[in-house]
Design a protein around this ligand. Structure first.
Ligand SMILES: [Mg+2]
Length: 273
């Protein structure tokens, strides 16, 4: 049996502009493709599970949802360079307050119910107890918990949530999964090299990078053992080995590049982007 990561679609993998049944409007969220590539390469089956009440409300039909998912898979293949990204898409077209009569009811597939996850587990021989659910709504966390998976909610931490963990985005969630599922046997080290004309010792820059690294560690559970600075590089040492270190560095690079651009940096902060 394989372990899987179940992914909500709107607001988790792609931008959420309300119900989406238009393939041309598919737009990946930042970091989503890279996160999905890492998860797939780590051996997880990727299964998208999405409520599509827009079908019940008559906004678009099931064929439009299928076309949207085909486009999403194309976009993900292009962005990741992989031949296949998502193993299976499941959607629930039903809604109790719909306007299209045949879809106008509650349904065991509609999150927070776990029906889509259970069906996917049957069809694809997935080990639910070793699997994860990631979504941006509490109903996603509830569906994951009901199916026996661990869950990560994209959003602010809340004691009232069924989620096991919280993350800013899919990339952080993927790092959390790598951290939780990797035996804590060794430390991993990775060095980020600044562009030659960037002074890594500038106090504001150094403080921002330190804050970003500590925040990332706190949000993902990754144990940061140290940051070692030299003139043109920064070496991060984390617990959990090389894969965790590489994932941590990729996320640190992404968040600090954002800070750098927002504070007037021209060109990239790090070399080899
Ligand atoms: Mg969502």
């Amino acid at each position: 049996m394989r372990r899987a990561v179940f992914l909500d679609r709107d607001g988790t993998v792609i931008h959420n502009d309300g119900d989406l049944g238009d393939p041309d409007a598919v737009k990946l969220l930042p970091g989503a493709a890279e996160a999905m590539r890492h998860l797939r390469q780590a051996g997880y089956a990727l299964v998208v599970v999405t409520n599509q009440g827009g079908v019940a409300r008559g906004k678009y039909d099931e064929a439009a949802v299928h076309a949207t998912h085909e486009r999403l898979e194309q976009v993900l293949r292009r962005a990741t360079g992989l031949h296949a990204v998502v193993d299976a898409f499941y959607f629930c077209p039903f809604h109790p307050e719909g306007t299209v009569e045949r879809y106008c009811r509650e349904h065991p597939w509609r999150k927070p119910a776990p029906g889509m996850l259970l069906e996917a587990a049957r069809e694809h021989a997935l080990d639910l107890g070793a699997s994860w659910m990631i979504g941006d709504q509490e109903r996603d966390a509830q569906a994951g918990a009901s199916a026996g998976c661990r869950s990560i909610l994209i959003g602010a931490p809340s004691a009232a949530s069924d989620a096991d963990f919280f993350a800013h985005d899919l990339a952080e969630a993927a790092l959390r999964i790598a951290h939780e599922d990797t035996p804590k046997v060794a430390a991993g080290m990775v060095t980020l090299h600044a562009r030659p004309d960037v002074d890594l010792h500038a106090p504001a820059l150094r403080a921002a990078i330190t804050t970003a690294a500590e925040g990332l560690a706190e949000r993902t559970g990754v144990r940061l053992r140290g940051l070692d600075w030299n003139t043109h590089g920064l070496t991060a040492t984390v617990e959990g080995g090389e894969i965790i270190a590489l994932g941590f560095a990729a996320e640190l690079r992404r968040t600090t590049e954002r800070w750098w651009r927002a504070h007037g940096g021209s060109g990239p902060l790090w070399a080899g982007a």
